[in-house]
Write a protein that binds this ligand. Sequence first.
Ligand SMILES: [Zn+2]
Length: 269
Amino acid sequence: MIDSHVHLNRAEFAEDRAQVMSAARETGVEGFLNVGYDPTTSRESIALAETHADVWASVGVHPHDALLLADAEGQLTAEGCEVLDELAELAASPTVVAFGEIGLDFYRDLSPRPAQRAALIAQLRLADRLGLPVIFHVRDAWEETLALVDEVGVPRARGVLHAFSGSAADVEWARERGFLLGIGGPVTYKNSDLPSRVVAAGCDLLLLETDAPWLPPVPHRGRRNESSYLAHTRDKVAELLDLDPGEVAARTSASFHGLFGTGPGSGMP
Ligand SMILES: [Zn+2]
């Protein structure tokens, strides 16, 4: 299986990153997509990918940091244009297979909504120009995000709705446009709507992810999440879809390689 969304660059892993990665490999994790969320973490993701054959990287600016690109009125700033140029340069690394995480977060609202919208639009256009699939981070803004993507234009290399928490209609939005759903620890939580979405989606619309160090699955809630816990999410998805866990692993890995162009013969590790 592949951990399609992880932040191994974080300080939470500074002490034991190598052990965390080898523990994950022992549970069957064959690859890690380390996701950037600002210029610094994008560079860190690339550095990790350059030094580990089973790590790929993404670059992008998270909605929480939208003010790096746009002002509170939703105008791109001169500094923001420089950041976009820098992201485009970083994306030229052969280790970079995706653009993100980008999106709208109206749950925490850590940056003004007009800035979030402007940052998303500019990065959607850049991802499309670079031909990279997009990793979306969306919280309490599903309707608005998906409408905006349709308005700006669906990126030609498609993408994934990371930490999916949308409606049944949003599942169909993804299916119709060739997007995948990132499923992580929350699928194991009590009172979650996610199991019914997984059943509606079916296995081939799904990617497995941890979002480590955040969102640990049951039975590890309250602790630092890590990629070795991905098996709990795989097993829950298998149970919901009445499939063998090995089949879920194989089919989600095939979907990952299809989306990000990382499979055997791609020239990627
Ligand atoms: Zn993330």
